[in-house]
Design a protein around this ligand. Structure first.
Ligand SMILES: O=C[C@H](O)COP(=O)(O)O
Length: 103
């Protein structure tokens, strides 16, 4: 971690392997729990301002139906989208992330 010169250029992604391309998505509570732990780790091991500003995104079977609730979690800052990025519902996922970004 000491080799990172600017945390502004870092995005963390949580992607449960069992959720990638399977249609099985983490529950919003599961995602929030892991993202909060990652942010806590940054606060403890790096700096409080880095913890607050680093984007932590979720990946794994995100789609137009689950993006709003996932994105509504306090520590979910966006998504890593695979299969749904090839479908029209991708616009809903982008919108869900944009609402969070502007909040
Ligand atoms: O890069 C995308 C991730 O591996 C998630 O893929 P998925 O949305 O198809 O599950």
């Amino acid at each position: 971690m000491h080799k990172i010169s600017s945390w502004d250029n870092v995005v963390l992604a949580y992607e449960p392997v069992w959720a990638i391309g399977t249609g099985k998505v983490a529950t919003p509570a599961q995602a929030q729990e892991v993202h909060a732990e990652l942010r806590k780790w940054l606060e403890t091991n790096i700096k409080a301002d880095v913890a607050a500003s680093t984007r932590i995104i979720y990946g794994g079977s995100v789609n137009g139906s689950n993006c709003k609730e996932l994105g509504g979690q306090q520590d979910v800052d966006g998504f890593l989208v695979g299969g749904a990025s090839l479908k029209p519902e991708f616009i809903d996922i982008i919108k869900a992330a944009e609402v969070k970004k502007s909040a």
